[in-house]
Ligand binder design. Structure first.
Ligand code: AMP
Length: 111
């Protein structure tokens, strides 16, 4: 199923792109909850973590590397949150795997 993020990846919809290569896209969240709120996503479509097969897990080292670089670039390397809402009951609204990179203010404890 094509999602908003699938359409952004195909350039059918606009987004503020902060990183892109053949495997990943990172954009600014359109409704940021903190001064820095980025979304890092694989271009390959997975609904969420549960849809990934073992061979897909090799995407993760690069995902973490991208998060590290973006955290430095956006000056939040001293403190940020990297999370994915996995499933609708966890708050996932767009069914294309993505990681929120959030920082730039004190984030407090997880609710
Ligand atoms: P989630 O609720 O974890 O699925 O996260 C979806 C995120 O996508 C939310 O934080 C939204 O603010 C964000 N979002 C929705 N539409 C867009 C869009 N067109 N461009 C950028 N971010 C978006």
């Amino acid at each position: 199923m094509t999602t908003i993020f699938g359409r952004i990846i195909k350039k059918e919809l606009p987004a503020e792109v902060v990183f892109e290569n053949d495997r990943f896209l990172a954009i600014k969240d359109i409704y940021p909850i903190a001064p820095v709120h980025l979304l890092i996503m694989p271009k390959k479509e997975f609904k969420n973590l549960q849809a990934m097969q073992e061979e897909d897990l090799k995407l993760f080292p690069e995902l973490i590397e991208i998060a590290q670089k973006l955290a430095e670039e956006f000056d939040v390397e001293e403190g940020y949150r990297l999370l994915t809402n996995n499933g609708e009951s966890a708050g996932q609204t767009i069914l294309h795997l993505h990681f929120h990179l959030i920082g730039g203010r004190p984030l407090g404890a997880m609710g």
